[in-house]
Design a protein around this ligand. Structure first.
Ligand code: TGC
Ligand code: FAD
Length: 387
């Protein structure tokens, strides 16, 4: 029996185009990603270049941007693609969202014509990979404290500092790097072949293993004046990009949760305990029902926020509501599913522990749960409790 987890008919809220994009993403996830993921996760290595080209060919890189070879699709279509890709693995969705929503978006939104023409067509095709360097070893939640700096030397800029936990860093052709200048925080487009730039990969991750995560080291990196992103001034530049990537995660996290729940319902139907399938016990059904309710609420919230984004009215604190709720619920679902699979739940033969481990990163990156609680708290009270 195939079970539909769409209990409230979310599908009726989608356009034909959105359903088609979702189907294409699901096909790619099922045929290309899902079979390979256990090994990629175990060995902590992915064919990032091949994947980028395949994702580019399907139009999934920068798919919500217009021009420069980008697909120009709406936010809900983009979100549904993130959902299907994250149903395979959060690391795969990270590849897509860092490329499209962080690195490409920064150049698309704040870049010069020259920067856009140089990078965006290759990035949308997956021929060039981008990364986004905001976090530093001592400044994650509080990027305002960043120490990486850029100083003028004649017509050039010279960058020094380091960034930490940067997705795609070691495989990137171009890094969007945020640095302190005499004029506040500014963004720079840094070809990774520039002398003084290096990106050692971070090893021994227990989460998001099917994703490249790196340190960026900038040691007297000399760039021409044209490397500055002209339209981004202050922290609102990088934070504007984060809204985009956080939006994709609101959908994506529900993909990981759905995959856990689908796996669990199938498993519980087959697993006999005390002479009956697990699904025949009220305790199991209560768990499944509660998880399905949260999954449906999360997807509804994601689609609703997508419609606000379509209208251009989506506010940052609304993005925080979605990111906080959906990642928190997704990790709760993954952990509850693990209890139903019991010992098999910890095995790499099933995707559940992999999703649960990945979601620990998703809970932290793009603003921790606490940061999003404080954003919502500020919207509710008018008081900032960050400092
Ligand atoms: P604050 O003083 O409130 O604001 C500074 C300026 O920024 C503006 N602003 C925003 N603009 C656009 N979107 C937002 N969401 C914005 N939030 C604030 C604000 O209006 C102001 O503009 P202006 O023109 O007046 O200067 O800033 P704050 O220093 O108090 O910080 C606020 C806080 C804590 C919410 C912010 O720093 C924050 O979000 N921290 C979390 C950092 C974070 O999420 N880092 C993520 C790094 S990238 C990543 O994790 C990629 S993971 C890989 C993947 O996505 O798959
Ligand atoms: P900290 O800021 O040190 O926070 C520690 C704890 O303190 C957290 O629980 C936090 O919620 C809490 N806290 C912080 N401030 C407050 C406060 N005011 N009040 C109460 N509690 C508070 N960054 C990038 O720039 N680009 C990337 O591509 C990228 N990719 C990543 C990939 C992975 C796999 C991971 C794990 C991280 C990635 N990051 C990336 C970094 C990520 O954005 C940061 O880890 C995140 O912003 C949190 O920063 P931190 O780890 O330094 O935690």
């Amino acid at each position: 029996m195939t079970v539909s987890l769409d209990l409230v008919d979310v599908d009726s809220l989608l356009t034909g185009e959105e359903v088609d994009v979702r189907a294409a993403a699901r096909r790619f996830a099922d045929e290309r990603l899902r079979p390979a993921l256990p090994e990629w996760f175990e060995t902590a290595s992915i064919p990032a270049r091949e994947l980028a080209k395949e994702l580019g060919a399907l139009g999934f890189l920068g798919m919500h941007l217009t021009g420069y070879g980008c697909a120009g699709l709406g936010p809900v279509a983009y979100g549904l693609a993130c959902l299907e890709i994250e149903a395979a693995d959060s690391g795969m969705r990270s590849l897509v969202s860092v490329q499209g929503s962080l690195a490409m978006y920064a150049i698309w939104k704040y870049g010069s014509d020259e920067q856009k023409n140089e990078w965006l067509p290759r990035m949308s095709a997956g021929e060039a990979i981008g990364c986004f360097g905001l976090t530093e070893p001592d400044f994650g939640s509080n990027p305002a404290g960043m120490r990486t700096n850029a100083r003028r030397d004649g017509a050039d800029w010279v960058l020094n500092g380091s960034k930490m936990w940067i997705t795609n860093g070691s495989v990137a052709d171009v890094a969007v790097v945020w640095a302190r200048t005499d004029d506040g925080v500014r963004g720079f487009v840094v070809p990774t072949s520039t002398p003084g730039f290096s990106a050692p990969e971070i090893k021994q991750k227990m989460s998001l293993r099917a994703s490249v995560t790196s340190e960026l080291v900038l040691s007297d990196v000399r760039l021409p004046g044209s490397a500055l992103l002209p339209e981004a001034r202050g922290l609102s530049g990088p934070l504007g990009c984060l809204n985009e990537a956080r939006f994709g995660i609101i959908f994506g996290a529900m993909g990981a949760a759905r995959d856990c729940l689908e796996t669990t319902i199938a498993y519980a139907g087959e697993r006999i305990v005390f002479d009956k399938p697990l699904t025949a016990y009220q305790l199991t059904q209560a768990k499944l029902a509660d998880m399905a309710v949260e999954l449906n609420k999360g997807v509804l919230l994601a689609v609703h926020l997508g419609r606000l984004k379509e209208k251009g009215t989506l506010r940052p604190e609304q993005v925080s509501v979605g990111k906080l709720n959906n990642v928190r619920e997704a990790i709760a679902i993954a952990r509850e599913c693990r209890t139903i699979l019991a010992a098999n739940g910890i095995s790499g033969e099933y995707p559940i522990m992999r999703h649960a481990n990945n979601l620990e990163s998703v809970l932290t990156y793009e603003g921790t749960s606490e940061v999003h609680q404080l954003v919502i708290g500020q919207a509710l009270t008018g008081q900032s409790a960050f400092r």
